[in-house]
Structure formats: C-alpha cells, structure tokens
Design a protein around this ligand. Structure first.
Ligand SMILES: C[S@@+](CC[C@H](N)C(=O)[O-])C[C@H]1O[C@@H](n2cnc3c(N)ncnc32)[C@H](O)[C@@H]1O
Length: 263
C-alpha cells in the first residue's frame, strides 16, 4: 500500500451492523459485479469509508467470499483513529479516494460522498476510477440509518453505468420515498425538469396504476409496476428478484443530471 496523504475529509462515522445488507445481497447476484470479481484469480475488494466500526467491511468480505472464495478485502478509512487491527482475513488501513495506491476489482463506498459537497463528486469518482484494475467497478451509494432504503450508482473506469434503488416495502409507501437517499450526484437534481425527478414521478404513477396487485403483496405489485415502467419506455437493467426487497436498476442515461453526455 502506498503511504501518501489520503484524499478526502474525515466525516461522521455513523454505521450499523447489517446496514448494507441490501447492496451486498445485490452485488453477489449481479452479473456485472461477478464478472469484475472473476476477472482476477485473487480479486481485491475495498470497502472505502467503513466508519466508526468495521462491521460492514467484515460483512462485505463474508458475503463476497460466498461467490468469490479467494477475494481479498481491504477496509480503508480516512480517519486513522478508526483503523482497527486486521481481522477475519480483512485488512484495515488508512486511505482515501486514492485507495491507498491499491488496484481493486471492486470498490464499495457507502455513505461516504453523502457528506461532501456535490461539486466534489466528479473529482472523487475520477480519483477512484483511475485506481481500478481492468474491468473493475465502483459501487457508490447511500442508505438510511438501518439500511431499509438504499440507492447506489455503479461506475466503471469510463463513468457511471447505472442507478439501483432497493427498499423494504414495509417501510416505504412509494418509489419516490427513496428520493431522500439518492446518492450525492443525484439528490439535488430531484426537481422538475431533471431526469431523476421524471423517473421517480413515472415510477410513482406506475405504482399507483398497479394498485390492484396490492392484494397479492408488494412484490407482485412491484413486478406489475416494472412492466408498466417498461411500457412507458423506461429501460430496465434489473427488476424484481426473489428477495423481499423491491428493487430496480436503470441505465445512468435514464437519471443522469443535465447536461449529460454518454461516457
Ligand atoms: C457515515 S460513515 C459510513 C460507514 C459505512 N460505510 C456505512 O455505510 O455504514 C462515513 C465514513 O467515511 C469516512 N470517509 C469520508 N471520506 C472518506 C474518504 N475520502 N476516504 C475514506 N474514508 C472516508 C469517514 O471518516 C466516515 O468514517
């Protein structure tokens, strides 16, 4: 690991056991993430900004190893006070957006950029992108305190590829309830005239139209909603799965802020 000054700023270390289960569950079933991990014999994953306790980094390692048993996991924290001794095959070290000079196949940065200014997002993404191993991916997102509502962007070396929303239907009434947890790159663009706003509005409208499916449970209603979203011309990369979560992944072009040019 390179010992240069870690890039970024120390922010609040709020975290929680199992808080990131939704994104972890999604990652270990996503073909793109699996391909990124399987591109190397001993893939390297980084949990950037794991917070005041290392729980979510340890959980990530355990979950990734169910699909990539040789996966190495490094937890990086910009706050040296939060760096804990290595544990359960996970290394912990000081690092920032320069990723301590490592060349990971996968980076998860959750609830990190949330506390930055929007103007800092592009440079932070670019710094991490430069570090990626060939075919590597970054999963950058935000969730609520106990992970019931989660939103994340997947980026490759060229730019953002997709936005995923995942939530527990028992605690959210409509898709637009997720707006408060949009990643920093999108949250301030949830206003009329912007794509992400139009997408959430359409998702709410389709959810309302699918009300007759509510009798069969929220997953059935969400499956119908996704069909209606497709009928509305919205491309979907991922839809309902067999899990309890309600989930949707759309290409970045569906939600990208103005002005937008395809990476
Ligand atoms: C809110 S906590 C998130 C903890 C955990 N990822 C989670 O979602 O539960 C954010 C952490 O990111 C760290 N952080 C902020 N900027 C960072 C950077 N550029 N590189 C590494 N860590 C950073 C902060 O010090 C803080 O501990």
């Amino acid at each position: 690991m390179t010992r240069t000054r870690p890039e970024g700023v120390i922010t609040r270390g709020t975290t929680g056991i199992n808080r990131l289960r939704r994104v972890d569950r999604w990652m270990i079933h996503d073909p793109g993430i699996l391909a990124a991990l399987r591109a190397a014999d001993e893939p390297l994953a980084i949990d950037l900004g794991y917070g005041a306790r290392p729980d979510t980094a340890l959980e990530l390692a355990a979950r990734l190893r169910t699909v990539a048993p040789t996966c190495r996991l490094v937890g990086l924290e910009i706050d040296p006070e939060r760096v804990v001794p290595d544990r359960d095959g996970v290394r912990f070290a000081v690092g920032g957006f320069e990723l301590a000079g490592l060349r990971p196949n996968l980076v998860r940065a959750f609830n990190v950029l949330r506390q930055y200014d929007e103007s800092e997002v592009a440079a932070s993404w670019a710094r991490m992108q430069r570090q990626l191993a060939p075919g590597g991916l970054i999963v950058e997102g935000t969730c609520d305190e106990i992970g019931r509502r989660c939103c994340w962007i997947v980026l490759d070396a060229d730019g953002p590829r997709s936005l995923t929303l995942a939530w527990d239907p028992r605690h959210s009434e409509r898709p637009s309830d997720l707006a408060e947890r949009l990643p920093k790159a999108l949250i301030h663009h949830n206003v009329p005239g912007e794509r992400v706003h139009a997408f959430l509005e359409t998702a709410d409208r389709c959810w309302d139209m699918a009300a007759s499916h509510a009798a069969f449970g929220p997953r059935s209603r969400w499956a119908r909603t996704v069909e209606l979203l497709r009928d509305n011309g919205i491309e979907m990369l991922d839809g309902p799965r067999r899990s309890r979560d309600l989930l949707v992944t759309v290409p970045w072009a569906v939600v990208a802020p103005e002005p937008y040019s395809q990476p």
